[in-house]
Design a protein around this ligand. Structure first.
Ligand code: MTE
Ligand code: HPA
Ligand code: MOS
Length: 782
């Protein structure tokens, strides 16, 4: 591996400077074409009901209102072209959640459009609504059929296990809270052609949906996205609706139309992370090793399927996390409720799956009075294939398992054992406060579970002055994808990073691109761009070989220079020679992930190219009188392979961890009895702020490259660190278990512990002060 100045260095994000001085435009900042109108959504005030009519007259009476767009105005299909075909473009006949879009008002200004939209009256005859997971489970209300993954015989293993526990608990959803809300700007061009600026992780799908809604072929619609102000999964599919609505309004009025959701509208209309409810029964031995597990995971999918199938599948694929489950039965229920359609969110069901097993292992440790890290280590996948404990329930061998070494390194560097003892001692001296410590691993599968999405394309253009432009199918949402792809291309051509520019994602450049999702942006697009750059370099090397009478293999590209055994030329000078010789100076590139396959009927195969690993050790403190909590110290050791950009990777690790911490501690979504989301603003919905950052926050990168052949030896980093925050939840439960008067209060590490409660300690997440007090109250009542 060359020590390239482009790869492996902590380069700043390609837009960092422009972003901090306000010079990096987002969709709403683009110059507007003359005649632009503004749309605002008309939303259902009712969770479930028959839609008998819409009276737009009060809106139309306002000066400056151009009109409304309703289902009756649609030129093509009334439905979005999703696989389940269960989402109307605008609600018609019935409404299925409070906030569902019935139509749009189009006006001269966004404020007027919004005001007019509120004046529209919908006549709805209410029907009984299913609003909670519990109600959905009772009435077997599903968006997709249940799925069960079995290996061995869970019932038999449970029957003979020396010890058993049963438990149930829940985790809430999560609002994406991207800083830039959903937005699209649709411009009718000449001869039935369209340009749509969309803040989207998936321009190709926006193109497909807009073309479908307008009754056009896909080639008539071009979608562009230079950057998003955050996506986090919320713009994987659900940017599509916004773009379709803007385009339909533009179609009806023959003018450019912009639609930007206000924060409150975004909360009300768009889906969130799937809330989950769990029920489990686990059998284990006296060392804490799991012998049999039966787990049911019910996902609240909202009113339509959206991405719920693959999200729930990923939860099934990650409820083993890092642990061997021999005899296991996992049931996944995809529940339908009359709420927003829940969607992709960083981790894509992985966090919900992994929370299940981490909570179960914590319960086992407390039931046995054993140290939870010891119980976790006892259950790890064994890297030795002959030990027979290294295949997942979906039959994939865990070949690259570095967790035994990674966990013992973090155990030492975080001084886990010493601090655990110190915390036991400290807790005994405190009347009110309790501390808790937990160290949890992450194993996250990298690839889209739907094999076909694991492909990417790119274009590399070299201009006659030697400057380079690269365009690829991925999108930039702050994660640094464009920076990494530019680094990869600069490395391949041996030019300084400043010679390479990445341009806006554009369906007219690279077609049929997958969503930038599943953390695979750099793996896929980086490799496609590398392929394109390599083709240009190969042609240039052939020219040098011909000019200098050497072999192409003797030509080296480095530091903006091209070296042959006899000559040295600047890259720009060589490019000019090549142009004069009519050598093609640009190329396309393509990549498809090798080795992966997966049978969706049996739920088995190798859905992931490799796993990303990590671990976090978190110390928290709680106040047992108020239920308040604080994260005091976090030590992370995370595996990004050979980092392409350690500054960006650290940002992803810190940001992912803190976002996961928010999901598990403060970000509570509350729907009232009528199905109205009552936490629609930062005043009521609490994401972490700078003040919530752990007081001590150490992040180290694992030093080994990826064992699979991945771009630059790196590993994907976008989602895996989110799940490091499971250590926060487990540390909180340990602190609660040590509360004054609790059975576990006097516990010390080892077998001499006092007998423990027969019931697992239930803490529903997010672990708000109310939930922590509830858990403490249940312990005291035991
Ligand atoms: N980082 C920032 N700053 N903003 C985002 O929206 N999205 C996350 C992650 N990191 C996100 C982010 C999610 S959900 C994914 S899947 C990956 O980035 C997508 O980008 P990548 O595949 O290039 O890592
Ligand atoms: N991860 C993220 N997004 C996706 C996936 C996945 O596995 N499949 C489809 N969209
Ligand atoms: Mo990320 S949830 O795969 O967009």
């Amino acid at each position: 591996m060359s020590l390239s100045p482009a790869l492996g260095q902590p380069w700043p994000h390609e837009s960092a400077r422009a972003q901090v001085c306000g010079a990096a435009p987002y969709v709403d900042d683009l110059p507007e074409t003359k005649g632009t109108l503004y749309a605002a959504p008309i939303v259902s005030p009712c969770a479930h009901g028959l839609l008998r009519g819409i009276d737009a007259a009060p809106a139309l009476a306002l000066a400056g209102v151009h009109g409304v767009v309703l289902a009756g105005d649609l030129p093509g299909d009334l439905w979005l072209p999703t696989p389940a075909r269960d989402e109307p473009i605008f609600a018609h006949e019935r409404v299925q959640y409070l906030g569902q879009v019935l139509g749009l008002v189009v006006a001269d200004s966004p404020a007027l459009a919004r005001r007019a939209a509120r004046a529209v009256q919908a006549d709805i005859a209410p029907l009984p609504a299913i609003l909670t997971l519990e109600q959905a489970l009772q009435s077997q209300s599903y968006v997709l059929p249940p799925v069960t993954l079995r290996r061995g015989d869970a019932a038999a293993a449970l029957a003979v296990a020396p010890r058993r526990l049963r438990g149930r608990f829940e985790v809430g959803g999560q609002e994406h809270f991207y800083l830039e809300g959903q937005v699209a700007y649709a411009l009718p061009l000449e001869q039935g052609q369209w340009l749509v600026h969309s803040s989207t992780q998936h321009p190709a799908e926006v193109q497909h949906w807009v073309a479908h809604a307008l009754g056009l072929a896909q080639h008539a619609v071009r979608v562009e996205c230079r950057r998003m102000g955050g996506g986090f999964g919320g713009k994987e599919t659900q940017a599509g609706q916004i773009a379709v609505w803007a385009a339909l309004a533009a179609h009806k009025f023959g003018r450019p139309v912009k639609l930007r959701l206000a924060r409150r509208e975004d909360f009300l209309i768009t889906g969130k992370r799937h809330p989950f409810a769990y029920e489990y029964e686990v059998g284990f031995d006296d060392t804490g090793r799991i012998q049999g597990l039966r787990l049911q995971m019910a996902a609240n999918c909202g009113f339509s399927a959206d991405l719920s199938g693959p999200v729930a599948d990923r939860a099934v694929f990650h409820c083993d996390n890092a642990y061997y489950l021999g005899d296991v039965e996992i049931t996944s229920l995809r529940c339908k409720t009359h709420t927003q359609s829940h969607t992709a969110f960083r981790g894509f069901g992985g966090p919900q799956g992994m929370l299940a097993i981490e909570a179960i292992l914590g319960d086992i440790a407390r039931a046995l009075g054993r140290d939870a890290l010891d119980v976790r280590l006892r259950n790890l996948y064994d890297p030795d294939p002959t030990a027979g404990r290294h295949t997942t329930p979906y039959q994939m061998a865990v070949e690259d398992n570095i967790l035994p070494q990674l966990l013992s390194q973090l155990e030492l560097s975080a001084q886990y054992r010493r601090r655990q003892e110190a915390i036991f001692g400290w807790n005994r001296t405190q009347p009110v406060l309790r501390r808790g410590l937990a160290l949890t691993p992450v194993k996250f599968g990298i690839s889209f579970t739907a094999t076909q999405f694991n492909q990417a394309g790119a274009l590399v253009h070299v201009y006659t002055d030697g400057s380079v432009q690269v365009n690829h199918g991925g999108t930039e949402m702050g994660q640094g994808l464009h920076t990494k792809v530019a680094q990869i291309v600069a490395d391949e051509l041996g030019v300084p990073l400043g010679r390479v520019q990445v341009t806006a994602s554009d369906t007219a450049k690279v077609p049929n691109a997958s969503a930038t999702a599943a953390s695979s942006g750099t793996d896929l697009n980086g490799r496609a761009a590398q392929d394109a750059a390599r083709q240009v370099r190969t042609r240039l090397a052939a020219l040098v070989a011909q000019l200098d009478g050497c072999s192409p293999a003797q030509v080296r590209f480095a530091d903006g220079q091209v070296h042959s055994p006899t000559h040295q030329r600047s890259f720009a000078a060589l490019v000019q020679l090549a142009y004069a010789q009519r050598v093609q100076l640009w190329s396309d590139g393509f990549y498809r992930t090798p080795k992966i396959h997966y049978d969706k009927h049996t739920l088995t195969g190798r859905p992931f190219y490799y796993f990303a690993y990590g671990a976090a050790c978190t110390e928290v403190a709680i106040d047992t009188l108020t239920g308040e909590s604080r994260v005091l110290r976090v030590d992370i050791l995370h595996d990004v392979g050979r980092s392409i950009n350690p500054a960006i990777d650290r940002g992803q690790i810190e940001g992912g961890f803190v976002q996961g911490m928010g999901w598990l501690t403060t970000e509570q979504l509350v729907w009232n009895d009528a199905g109205a989301l009552s936490t629609c603003a930062p005043s009521t919905y609490k994401i972490p702020t700078a003040g919530d950052m752990p007081v001590q926050f150490h992040v180290d990168l694992w030093p080994e490259p990826n064992r699979e052949d991945n771009v630059g030896g790196s590993k994907a980093v976008g989602e895996p660190p989110f799940m490091l925050a499971l250590s926060v939840y487990e540390a909180l439960r340990n602190a609660i278990a040590a509360a004054p008067g609790a059975a576990g209060e006097q516990s010390t590490v080892g077998a001499a512990a006092k007998p423990f409660a027969a019931q697992p300690l239930r803490l529903d997440a997010p672990a708000t002060p109310e939930q922590i007090l509830r858990a403490l109250g249940a312990l005291a009542a035991d």
